[in-house]
Ligand binder design. Sequence first.
Ligand code: SF4
Length: 369
Amino acid sequence: MQERKHISYSEASLFMRCQYAHHLRYARGLKRIQEADHLRLGSLVDSGLEKVLLAHGRGSPEDVCIQLAIGRIDAETDAYLGQEHVSEFRNATPPEGGPTIYEQAMALAYKAKTITRRVIAYLELGTDKWTTLIIDGKPAIQTELKCDIPGSSKHMLGYLDWVATNREGETYIIDFKVRKKRQSEEEHHNGLEDDWQLPLYAYALAEKGIDIKGVAHLNIYGQVPKQPKRNKNGTISQAACDTDWETYAEAVRSTGGDPNMYMKMREKLDAKSWINWTQRYITKHEREFALVQLAGVGIQMPAPMPSRTIFPMTCRMCDFQTYCRLDRQGYNAENLIGTEYFIKGEESSLVNIQRMPVVEGDRDAAEES
Ligand code: SF4
């Protein structure tokens, strides 16, 4: 196999987590698709936001930015549905009776549009709160960034979601994170502390003479507010519900009720964050340390005898744990190589995904270990 000259951050961090997992993914071609909808939601939101930020940088008013974002999300959804392997089956009823591919895609697009609108409001784009930085003559939005790996002929290719300067003149690298679950403040902060990707990008930008003050995550909860339930007497239930106050108040109004009578509910719902901003300053030492980590990966890669980490916390989150367990137990799992597959409950209705075959000895034995 021809050696690739560039690696991505996700490849480097996978290699650091487990060389064997890296070997399965990049040398053997094993891919696991799990929570694919969530992953596609992230990319739909990213492309909507890219449009918004570019239009905002050109001075477009907020409503134009929103329309452009919606147009981009619709176009990407159409392109997905138009793909040969999808279009043939888009309206087919899945055997398990779930939503069709078309319905899933539409639901996802709706979600992405709702989330993108929320982010636009959160960023206060109509104000001078943030100004997009210009790098090499272009706005730093979804920008490719190259970083040479010391001691190696390879380089790392990264993508900057957004680099922007605040009113105080401080420039931040900002990463959009669409999250499936709500996280606590502490989890958000830990996520940013553990991240060496953004400090590495800060290093690469410093090499271009750009002074980065800090890094930030825009944590976006990847759900749309649920409709609260109606009680038998026609009022709106005050039971816990993953919604926001606007949706709840609208539901109350639709029954002829007065939202002002539900102030306790408002307190509860306002306490739930749908978007969270985490930022921190970054020192020269941290930037350089991130480069040292990357250099370590560059020197070791590719590992001639890739070792397995086998650490419970790492393995639990590993995309390849099923293959790895089967392999360790002596089952022949070679037929998974080169395929894409689900693990959890085989819930896929996407037709191009080969299901995880049941190997003799059964899945249960594999899942137990
Ligand atoms: S399950 Fe654990 S040992 Fe196996 S590839 Fe994944 S991280 Fe490595």
